[in-house]
Design a protein around this ligand. Structure first.
Ligand SMILES: Cc1cc2nc3c(=O)[nH]c(=O)nc-3n(C[C@H](O)[C@H](O)[C@H](O)COP(=O)(O)OP(=O)(O)OC[C@H]3O[C@@H](n4cnc5c(N)ncnc54)[C@H](O)[C@@H]3O)c2cc1C
Length: 408
């Protein structure tokens, strides 16, 4: 197996690195960090996104027919890697919701949504979880009732979602609803792409532990806010249905799998290894004391080996996506190993730094503006969101090891 990038890909990496050096000024980075924390991207960040789109970098792997470059997923990965490492922003690929539209949308939907998503005129948030069902998504109760006929046919949506991250800045929600009231569990569910400005939608903020004071740029985990979203008699045209009515479980699982893939996925979990290694090389006197300690060097090396494994697992998912094959257990394995590595790293760094590791952004004596303290507070949530590690382990046991379902 050859893990090297081609000469053309390495040349592209150099171009992207030069772009980052020239364009991601401290002011732009601050704008990008604010947007990532759910405050909306400011004009400087938007200007950068336009420049990136003009170069075709956030849609390298998507088909030309919808505004992409028709290139390879691996090349896209390389661009994602550079931008996430520099500014913790997700460029193209997974995490944007758009791969699900490409996988399950009608021709009209692809023509409408994909080019706009590339330009960030359309931003999706994900409306799966409900107060009584997060892991157990098949228990979804949010209802969409089909009424009217012909040109007047539409759904009326009633229900509640929870943990809908970025609902306050999104233009559309990927909404998992029950369209067949008689159905149970996985049957009778559908996905609707609902514009967030539709009358009857109410967004209520839920602030996270990251909120006050907010983490400094470089904090990879956790937005400062997620949301509850309420739907009261929300009228949605049937043209907003993604895939077939009643096929929402398959559409959403396909979408979630594709959304879990991307360089940002592993970098969320390993960026601290890189930050800490760089800090150890700095002229902070605390760093000099630590880097001379054999035990510290051993620990950092051990975490670094794990970090390389996280990257390789992401690259395996990339190649599977590139070959157009579905995941069996590979995405789940990545979703267990990388977040748990992130938790192990934040805990290990906290122990190595001692009391300084507890000091948040703005506190005198902190290390790197409280970067490690903020990551320590919120690393754990990455083992829960996008599918918890316990449930992912169950998928690995069944689909990877072919174990039968446990007897009840
Ligand atoms: C910061 C954050 C952002 C999020 N953003 C979004 C978003 O944008 N959109 C969205 O739809 N959702 C989002 N979520 C929700 C997330 O997907 C759910 O929290 C997650 O699926 C777990 O569901 P739950 O919170 O209901 O916990 P529960 O399902 O109650 O699970 C609690 C614990 O029990 C374990 N557990 C549950 N069932 C089983 C089982 N059968 N076997 C073994 N263990 C089990 C779980 O692994 C977990 O550890 C977000 C969550 C967080 C924390």
């Amino acid at each position: 197996m050859d893990f090297e990038f081609t000469q053309e890909e390495e040349a592209l990496r150099s171009q992207v690195q030069a772009f980052i050096k020239d364009n991601l000024t401290p002011e732009v980075l601050a704008d990008l960090a604010g947007g990532k924390r759910g405050r909306g991207f400011g004009p400087r960040a938007k200007g950068i996104f336009e420049k990136i789109a003009d170069r075709g970098w956030n849609a390298i792997a998507w088909p030309k027919a919808y505004g992409g470059q028709g290139g390879s997923r691996i090349t896209q990965f390389l661009v994602e890697e550079e931008f996430y490492r520099a500014a913790q922003v997700v460029i193209g690929g997974g995490g944007t919701g758009t791969p699900a539209v490409l996988a399950s949308g009608t021709e009209e939907q692809k023509q409408y949504y994909v080019p706009r998503a590339i330009r960030r005129e359309i931003i999706f948030c994900q409306g799966y979880s409900e107060p009584q069902c997060g892991t157990d998504l098949a228990g979804v109760r949010c209802r969409a009732t089909r009424v009217g006929t012909g040109a007047d046919a539409h759904y009326v949506v009633n229900g509640q979602k929870v943990f809908t991250t970025n609902a306050q800045v999104a233009t559309h929600v990927f909404l998992l609803v029950r369209t067949d009231p008689e159905s149970r569990r996985h049957a009778g569910l559908s996905i609707l792409l609902v514009p967030m400005d539709t009358p009857g939608i109410t967004i209520r903020p839920m602030y996270t532990i990251q909120n006050n004071p907010g983490g400094p740029p470089g904090t990879t985990y956790g937005e400062e806010r997620t949301n509850e979203v309420f739907f009261d008699d929300v009228k949605v045209p049937v043209s907003c249905l993604l895939g077939q009515e009643g096929d929402g479980w398959a559409v959403s699982q396909r979408g979630l799998n594709l959304d879990r893939v991307g360089a940002w996925r592993y970098l969320i979990s390993i960026k601290r290894d890189e930050d800490f290694a760089n800090w150890l090389k700095s002229d902070d006197p605390r760093a000099a004391d630590l880097r001379d300690d054999e035990a510290v060097r051993d620990k950092v090396a051990e975490l670094w080996i794990e970090a390389q494994l996280c990257r390789l697992m992401t690259m395996r998912s990339m190649s599977i996506e590139q070959r157009g094959e579905g995941f069996t257990y590979e995405g789940a394995a990545e979703k267990v190993f990388a977040p748990e590595h992130g938790v192990r790293t934040t805990e290990a760094i906290a122990q190595l730094l001692g009391p300084h590791a507890q000091l948040l952004n703005g506190s005198p004596g902190n290390v790197q503006d409280g970067l490690y303290a903020h990551n320590l507070l919120s690393a754990f949530q990455s083992t829960v969101n996008h599918g918890s590690v316990q449930v992912m382990r169950d998928q690995i046991a069944r689909k990877g090891l072919d174990l039968p379902k446990p007897r009840k």
